[in-house]
Design a protein around this ligand. Sequence first.
Ligand code: F6P
Length: 541
Amino acid sequence: MTPLTQSPAWKALQNHHRDIQGLHLRDLFAQDPGRGEAMACEAAGLYLDYSKNRATARTLELLMALARERGVAERIAAMFRGDRINVTEDRAVLHVALRAPRTAVIEVDGRDVVPGVHAVLDRMAAFAGGIRSGARKGFTGEAIRAVVNIGIGGSDLGPAMAYEALRAYSARDLQFRFVSNVDATDFTEAVRDLDPRTTLFVISSKTFTTQETMANARSARAWCLEALKDEAAVASHFVAVSTDAARVAAFGIDTANMFGFWDWVGGRYSMDSAIGLSTMIAIGPERYREFLDGFHAMDEHFRTAPFERNLPVLLGMLGVWYADFFGAGTVAVLPYDHYLRRFPAYLQQLTMESNGKSVTLEGARVDYATGPVFWGEPGTNGQHSFYQLIHQGTHLIPCDFIAFANSLNPLGGHHAMLLSNVLAQTEALAFGKTPEAVAAEGTPAWLAPHRTFEGNRPSNVILAPRLTPAVLGSLVALYEHVVFTQGAVWNLNPFDQWGVELGKELSRRILPELESPGEPELSHDSSTNALIRRLRAAAKS
Ligand code: F6P
């Protein structure tokens, strides 16, 4: 394939960018009174208004041409077919199979994986039902009252985000905690008010080797056994979610208490695998199925809709437009629903561990920008913090606003206020406030530049009637496929994460140096050596 930046579609976009970069959203809206409705699209319970982007009909035509030229359709087909598209790890990428209905057939190496997916879901449902009803007891015969998920990265961010997002649907008589950090404060604070007799630990780790998770799991076992004083208690208070039965058994968890998944599920794509066990216990198996159905509806849309009406392709290609042609290094994700407060953190792993790469599938260094930095906070908090920079700073920051027509907690006029803020922000970002308008308000000339808003700041608005399990599933799948689309255009492998390995390797070397009783021989750089010495000395004081 022609290198990306040499391709005809890329070059056409470069020329087009030169032509339209000076165009203001004010002009685009003035030229086409129907723009707000024309540049919108609806699928799988989500409405996307992408009209406030610095794009014309021609821009979208060229972006879709780029997607076609770079083989996005072929790559979508390859993923759904179970091809080993994660080439650096020689694995299929089939998170879409996790939410497929029972009747679907999806094969890896000629074997249908759907029956296995549903067998695990059925076991999870039985287990979750037992915890929720109180039928499944702890070691002393008392019902489980608290569920602590121990995991990190994809084995934490998805479940933690989903629990927060779906808290309104959760069993309120159960407590849920999420421990991820190897900093003992995380575990200590999470369990300080819990009773070991009524606490269940879900040890979630795809590999069952992750340092942080294994350390927290060992501390959890010690905490449990200190109170229950019998190794046999582990069977009642620990379950594992992993792909590695041998390691689970070696840790001391009976594999009868293990929920499996497969190497074709990437960590950051695993929240709807057995990694979602805590989510299922929280919201119950029926709601969990609705959650999976939301994912599946977006999968089907992504697989079948023409690019021009395909939400993930549209959002993904607009992201490419800003990252590569406007030089935008970041994207702000701004959920106007407090239940989605962990959504930006969840998206950071999904997007940045996936497309934070600088070599192509063939191993060549890229000469274009790839995955941007994702960040955000729930509205309206961000408005009183960093929005100043988005409105008047020197960086172009495309924003995704997420909002729901109905609140799950209607209270007086709060929700209308919340929604009025979403709409006000997108309007202000797009249209700004001209020097003339500022002057007409009687602002003195010296102050006018400070009170002028350039506008022309792009944003998307994603709307749904209300936050439900299905809508959350659809929203997550939307971004999973945005990442996929962009990874295909950038010719990256969004499914490996070699970039996290070097730090892990070095920490394994540094740990014994920090712990050594004698003076260790240090062979790092002078900064690292000095820091190790200083920490060792301070630890003794
Ligand atoms: O270090 C990165 C990573 O491999 C993530 O991709 C993954 O989600 C996380 O660690 C946790 O891995 P595991 O589920 O195997 O413990």
